[in-house]
Design a protein. Structure first.
Length: 60
């Protein structure tokens, strides 16, 4: 599996974990913040792998 594919999978998993945590009655705000930070880091890494990051932005 290519790196970009692994990063997309990781991003999707983080997005799911974030949604599950935020749906809880009392979400752990520290966990939410950590998941958001990790998700952004993965997205930034994916952007860096694109040939021209300005032309093909990835979805949030």
């Amino acid at each position: 599996m290519k790196l970009i594919e692994r990063l997309k999978l990781r991003h999707a998993r983080l997005e799911h974990e974030l949604a599950v945590e935020q749906a809880r009655r009392l979400p752990d705000e520290e966990r939410v913040a950590r998941l958001k930070k990790l998700k952004l880091a993965v997205k930034d890494r994916m952007q860096a792998l694109l040939p021209n990051p300005g032309r093909h932005p990835l979805p949030a």
